[in-house]
Design a protein around this ligand. Structure first.
Ligand code: MG
Length: 385
C-alpha cells in the first residue's frame, strides 16, 4: 500500500517567508509530521511525496533517510497535478493508494487505518467531519451582502478531510479528469464512483493561515507522548599515522600525524554516531556506512553523524545531550574543544551547552599512552520528539 503526500503547493494563503510545509510545530516541520504519520503506519509499505521544485531538488534528510521506500516527485501547478505526478511513481503492486494533504500534520494512525479499510471494502473512502453548527446556504442580496437562502439539513453535511483512500483503478479514473478539483474524492465522484465517508477527527486540522499555526501548536502539545529517555554508548579508536590529516569532530588540528581510516577517520564523530544509533537500537556506523561502500571513502564523518541523526529522527527520537571523552596523549586539544562542540551541536540539532567534549591523556600507559592511537568514549541521550 502506497501513501501519496501532496505537498506541492506554495501555500499562497499562508504568507510568511518560508513555505508552509517547513513551518515548525513543536520542533518538527508540518511536512515531517505529515510524512511521519505514514512512515510509522504499519499498513503503509512506501510513500511518494510531491514537493515544490526548489524543495524536491534539496529535500530534507528526514525524507532522504526515511526508514521506508520514499520517492520524491516535483509537484504541479494545481493540487491534482501534484497528485497525478505522484501517482505515476506509485509501484505497480500497490492495490490501494492513500492520498494525504501535507498541511494536515495530525491524522491519527486509527483514522488512516479506518480510511484504508473502507476503501478496501467499497473502492473509495475519505475522512470527513460531521457538522455541529447549523448550516446556512446564502446568496448575494442587495449591496452584495450575503443573505440566507436556505437552512440545510446538517445531518447530511460533512467537511472533507484527508486521508482519502482509493483502489488504484478508481484513483486512475479520477486523475484522468481535468476539471479543477480541491480533492481527489470529488474527481472520483465525477468519474461515477461511490465514495464512502469515514468519521474524521477534529484535531486533523488543515493548516492554511498563520492563525492555524497556534492552534496546531496546542494540538501538538496535547498529542505529545510522555518523553522517554534512551541512552546509548559509543567507542572508537584509530591509529595515528604519518601522511594523514588529524580531524576531530570536524576540526582539522595541526599535528605531525593523522588518524588512519577509510573516511576522514574522525574518531570523535564515529564514537558519537555509534552512541546515537545505539540509543535508538538502530545498529552501528559500520552497518549504515560500511567501509566496503565507495560512497563513504574519504567521507566527512560529521556528515555521517548528521545522517545518523536523521535515521533516529525518523524513529521519532531527537538528541537530548552528548558527552565524549577523547583519549589522546598528543596534541593538546584544549584550544579546539569549543569548535569541536559547536560542530557536533550543529549536526546533532542541539545547542552547544548540550554537547560536551573532554580531552584526556593516558598518562603514558600502553598504546594510547605512547601516542600510537586516539580513542573516544561517547554517550548520547535521545528522547521522543
Ligand atoms: Mg572509526
Amino acid at each position: 500500500m502506497t501513501a501519496i503526500i501532496a505537498a506541492g503547493g506554495r501555500g499562497t494563503r499562508f504568507g510568511g517567508a518560508e513555505p508552509k510545509q517547513l513551518v515548525s510545530i513543536g520542533g518538527r516541520t508540518i511536512l515531517e509530521r505529515s510524512v511521519n504519520a505514514f512512515l510509522t503506519h504499519s499498513s503503509i509499505d512506501d510513500l511518494v511525496v510531491a514537493l515544490p521544485r526548489e524543495l524536491a531538488e534539496k529535500p530534507p534528510a528526514y525524507l532522504t533517510e526515511a526508514p521506508k521506500p520514499l520517492r520524491i516527485v516535483v509537484g504541479g501547478a494545481r493540487r491534482q497535478d501534484s497528485v497525478a505526478a505522484a501517482f505515476a511513481a506509485v509501484p505497480d503492486r500497490s492495490d490501494i493508494v492513500v492520498v494525504h494533504d501535507a498541511a494536515r500534520p495530525f491524522a491519527s494512525a486509527d483514522l488512516i487505518a479506518r480510511t484504508i479499510a473502507a476503501a478496501a471494502e467499497s473502492g473509495a473512502a475519505l475522512a470527513a467531519l460531521a457538522v455541529r453548527d447549523t448550516v446556512k446556504q446564502a446568496v448575494r442580496g442587495k449591496d452584495a451582502a450575503w443573505v440566507v437562502d436556505a437552512t440545510l439539513d446538517r445531518e447530511t453535511i460533512f467537511l472533507a478531510q484527508t486521508p482519502q483512500a482509493f483502489q488504484r483503478s478508481i484513483l486512475r479514473d479520477a486523475l484522468a479528469l481535468t476539471d479543477p478539483a480541491t480533492d481527489e474524492s470529488s474527481l472520483a465522484e465525477k468519474a461515477g464512483h461511490t465514495v464512502r465517508i469515514v468519521s474524521g477527527e477534529a484535531s486533523n486540522i488543515k493548516i492554511t493561515t498563520q492563525e492555524d499555526v497556534s492552534m496546531a501548536e496546542a494540538i501538538g502539545r496535547s498529542s505529545k507522548p510522555a518523553r522517554t529517555g534512551r541512552a546509548g554508548t559509543g567507542y572508537d579508536l584509530h591509529r595515528l599515522v604519518a601522511g594523514r590529516r588529524l580531524v576531530l569532530a570536524g576540526v582539522t588540528i595541526p599535528f605531525e600525524r593523522g588518524l588512519d581510516g577509510y573516511s576522514d577517520a574522525d574518531v570523535v564523530c564515529h564514537a558519537v554516531t555509534d552512541a546515537v544509533l545505539g540509543a535508538a537500537g538502530a545498529g552501528d556506523i559500520g552497518r549504515h556506512f560500511p567501509n566496503t561502500d565507495p560512497q563513504w571513502k574519504g567521507a566527512s564523518s560529521l556528515d555521517l553523524l548528521g545522517r545518523a541523526v536523521a535515521i533516529v529522527r525518523a524513529q521519532g527520537l531527537e538528541v537530548g545531550n552528548v558527552d565524549a571523552t577523547v583519549i589522546a596523549e598528543q596534541p593538546k586539544l584544549a584550544p579546539y574543544i569549543d569548535t569541536m562542540r559547536a560542530n557536533l551541536a550543529r549536526v546533532l540539532g542541539v545547542s552547544i551547552d548540550r554537547v560536551s567534549v573532554k580531552g584526556k591523556t593516558n598518562e603514558g600507559v600502553g598504546e594510547l599512552g605512547r601516542g600510537e592511537a586516539i580513542a573516544v568514549h561517547a554517550i548520547a541521550l535521545l528522547r521522543s520528539l
